[in-house]
Design a protein around this ligand. Structure first.
Ligand code: BGC
Ligand code: NOJ
Length: 827
């Protein structure tokens, strides 16, 4: 069952009912000011850090779901309705929500009144712009009122939901003309404030929540809205809000447009106050919580309000936003004639950028207060965005590497505002260092920017203790070699990619965190997956050594990788598949000897991607076992059989009910490893079967089962052992985005940036007979036409224009600004 459709030419997902199985959301903002917005206009805004600079309040896990957002109430006679349906939930005559790239639009109508709303964050602005046009289609004159509403969060989102003894007394506001200012804590240590303005003179306002709603009401019956009269309240502690009332007269056929701005402003310390240090004096019409207090200097805020005063200004910013996305998406395009596949190539890139922007901070599953930016997560995320935003990828990789320690280990997470490692979580996730090599490798392959390897990067954010980026990678690589356990495999530490394989935790206390408590010395438990990653990463590392002329180190790395591969064949192979790990007692995890957890996806994925033991046919055997034991109709489960009991020696993995999360859920993050492994093992048809099962555009028709947005991946889908098999959770911010884009663009479509050219090896599905791929690589545009006769067959390339040579399937980098045309015949 569908709840909308893709509008491919507009690049929008069109939702045609507010009653989606779960809020289907979108993200606004590209650099500093960000908003989440659902298909009922729920969500919130923040500046840079979703925890420390939360601007509007949202209530997670509330009833009804998705409570609080930016709401417009329209009172037309006795009917009060919202263009986004919520919170009034009055049946609309028509409703449509369009999520586009960086903007969301609603178009809805009731009783002959139409409301068209656009929400966006213009590039480079610290503001969410809301443009609403009301049109009278009724045939006779209408007098309606439009009431806006947002609720302020008192900036620190965690404190805001916990520290009521303080927070119920601190709220302060100012009101001046069409603008309502959130002044809370501005007087003391904050040099920032937020505001909500409208480009018209309001006929009323409210800034005190209780006055706006009434003490016992919910949002579906606000006193002031129902009565048709604002309270003109000035907040004094409690919960400050911002609401404008506009009385709108509309002749038949007439329409009126209003522009609302939810803005954020930072001030210089000596320019904070009106009338001081040369700042303009306070307006006489101003109202504020306490008239005895100094008044905010509004020069910057007013300048921002002036930039979006007219519909033409908003339209221009909207055009610019669209152009920005056109450009980002033009670096990689795929046209196969399979509309679902082509759509994935577009939406998957959008998700990758959103994931870059938000890391794992704020979604409808991540509260924005819980986690910093992950070392491992970010390094992987870079693989999905580097072809679009190489400069920003470089900056982020620099930040990530700056949280590494001298011995090559790293903080597992860091805070976006301070960029410092998160001491509460600490270090010792022993896979972390290797991801950095992969991330930086991806960047260098894309850009050829060898100088990045020579840049000095701090250890643990130190101002003085630094080494080159290459040296950081070297420490990463050597870290694995120096931390080997009894079976000759890398020690796992607190966990590897699977955060829940906590083999040194041994916790009996429900108050312990599985991931940060350690009760063993860490000298026994080993990870086969880290060993495979090491083999996978070694060619990247060796190539980067060679770029710097370090032949000796490159050779050494290759020798270590060969040794590790041999070790995996010896102690990491179970007969039909790769073992997953060894626990602290030296027992196998992910082996036929186990009762539960006999086979895991990670080691089959990384083993086959790294082609460990290919001469003995191990990758194919492992992949056949994936098919036999882990495949389901909704994707590949992470392990099987699920753990039914808590295993103290395994940790969090055995804490989840069977079929969920790391205990036999379908992790959409590592399905692509198997997809890549299948392509690498010469079986693209299998790769395609797996690809389709989890790609959201292919699941649109079963949205009632899948439940989450059909335009982005979710981290997890319930596995076969769960009652709710097929149901997704945790959409948007997940490494799934980057890895599926890597699988699609680099392995299925087969275009890979390598250190010395672009690899062109399309392995598209058999039903795609002809395809066109464009790819901008190092400033040169490649236009690749594919004739797909037999997806697994031989590939013949001809460069038909552009003056570069192909060496087998590797095409040299063309001149910047030039176009290279390639014809690829497959089979
Ligand atoms: C989840 C993981 C997640 C980790 C860190 C665990 O509870 O199952 O998927 O990566 O927490 O937040
Ligand atoms: C989510 C985390 O963000 C990621 O780092 C981890 O690898 C997966 N969960 C699997 O546990």
């Amino acid at each position: 069952m569908k709840f909308g459709h893709f509008d491919d030419s507009a690049r929008e997902y069109v939702i045609d009912t507010p009653r989606t199985p779960y809020p289907w959301i979108n993200y606004l903002g590209n650099t500093q000011f960000f908003s989440l917005i659902s298909n009922t206009a729920g969500g919130y805004a923040f500046y840079t850090d979703a925890r420390l600079r939360r601007l509007t309040r949202y209530r997670y896990n509330d009833v009804p779901l998705d409570n609080n957002g930016r709401y417009f109430f329209i009172k037309d006679g006795d009917t009060v309705w919202n263009p986004g349906w919520k919170p009034m939930r009055v049946e609309l005559d028509s409703y449509e929500c369009r999520h586009g790239f960086g903007y969301t639009k609603f178009s809805s109508s009731k009783n002959g009144l139409k409301a068209d709303t656009l929400y966006m964050v213009p590039n480079g602005e610290n503001a969410e712009i809301q443009r609403i046009t009301l049109t009278n289609t009724s045939g006779s004159k209408k007098s309606v009122s439009l009431v806006s509403y947002v609720e302020w969060c008192l900036y620190n989102a965690l404190d805001d939901t916990t520290n009521f003894q303080r927070n119920f007394s601190t709220g302060e506001v100012e009101i001046e003309g069409g603008a309502i200012y959130h002044k809370t804590e501005y007087r003391e240590r904050r040099n920032h404030f937020a505001f909500y303005s409208v480009n018209a003179k309001p006929d009323g306002f409210d800034t005190d929540r209780e006055t706006f709603l009434g003490l016992n009401n919910n949002y579906d019956s606000p006193d002031t809205v129902m009565a048709g009269k604002s309270g003109n309240s000035v907040a004094d502690g409690w919960s400050p809000v911002a609401s404008h009332r506009l009385n709108v007269e509309l002749e038949a056929g007439a329409s009126k447009t209003f522009i609302f701005i939810l803005g954020y402003v930072e001030m210089d310390e000596n320019k904070k106050w009106a009338g001081e240090n040369g700042c303009a004096p306070a307006s006489k019409e101003l109202l504020q919580t306490n008239p005895a207090m100094r008044v905010i200097n509004k020069e910057k805020a007013i300048a921002l309000q002036k930039r979006f005063e007219t519909p033409a200004q908003v339209e221009a910013a909207f055009d610019e936003l669209k152009k920005f996305w056109d450009e980002l998406l033009s670096n990689y395009t795929l046209k196969t004639g399979d509309e679902k596949l082509d759509r994935m190539a577009v939406w998957n890139q959008y998700q990758c950028i959103v994931t870059y922007n938000f890391a794992r901070s704020a979604s409808y599953f991540e509260s924005g207060i819980g986690r910093g930016i992950g070392f491992r997560d970010t390094s992987q995320d870079m693989l999905g965005v580097v072809h679009q935003i190489p400069t920003r990828a470089r900056e982020r990789l620099f930040d990530v590497a700056s949280t590494q320690f001298e011995d090559g280990s790293a903080y597992h997470q860091f805070q976006p505002l301070t960029k410092r490692g998160n001491a509460d979580v600490g270090s010792h996730f022993n896979d972390d260092p290797l991801w950095l090599v992969l991330g930086v490798g991806g960047y260098i392959r894309e850009t050829g920017d060898v100088d990045f390897l020579k840049v000095d990067v701090p250890f643990d954010n130190s101002a003085t203790n630094k080494a080159t980026m290459f040296e950081h990678l070297k420490r990463s690589f050597h870290y694995t070699v120096k931390h080997i356990g009894p079976h000759g495999l890398p020690l796992i530490g607190r966990a590897d990619w699977n955060d829940c394989l906590n083999l040194n935790c041994f916790s009996k206390d429900p108050n312990d965190s599985f991931q940060t408590s350690t009760n063993k010395d860490g000298k026994n438990a080993e990870s086969v997956m880290i060993a495979q990653m090491f083999v996978y990463v070694a060619p990247e590392y060796a190539a980067m050594c060679r770029l710097l002329g370090k032949e000796g180190e490159a050779k050494w790395a290759e020798k270590q990788a060969a040794k590790m591969a041999a070790q995996i064949c010896d102690t990491g192979w179970d007969g039909e598949w790769y073992i997953r790990a060894y626990d602290d007692f030296g027992n196998k995890i992910g082996s036929k000897e186990c009762v539960d957890g006999k086979i895991f996806i990670e080691s089959q994925g990384f083993g086959s991607m790294a082609q460990v033991g290919a001469d003995k046919g191990l990758p194919i055997k492992a992949l056949d076992s994936v098919k036999k034991y882990l495949d389901t109709k909704y994707g590949i489960v992470i392990l099987d059989p699920p753990y039914k009991d808590y295993h103290i020696e395994l940790g969090e993995v055995s804490s989840y009910p069977p079929g969920y999360k790391e205990n036999a859920g379908i992790f959409c993050h590592n399905n692509p490893w198997v997809i890549i492994g299948e392509v690498k093992s010469g079986r693209p048809a299998n790769a395609w079967e797996y690809y389709k099962k989890i790609a959201p555009a292919f699941l649109e028709d079963i949205s009632e089962i899948h439940r989450l947005e059909p335009y982005v991946y979710a981290q997890m889908v319930a596995g076969k052992a769960a009652r709710r098999h097929g149901e997704a959770k945790n959409s948007w911010l997940t490494g799934t985005a980057a890895w599926n884009f890597v699988a699609l663009s680099q392995w299925i479509a087969g275009i890979r940036a390598e250190y010395d050219g672009l690899r062109v090896e399309p392995r598209l599905p058999a039903h795609v007979k002809n395809a066109t791929i464009t790819r901008v690589y190092r400033g040169c545009k490649y236009v690749i036409t594919v004739e797909n006769k037999d997806p697994a067959g031989k590939i013949a390339l001809t460069v038909t224009a552009g003056g570069v040579k192909a060496d087998g399937t590797l095409v040299a980098a063309g001149a910047k600004g030039s176009t290279v045309e390639i014809k690829a015949i497959v089979g």
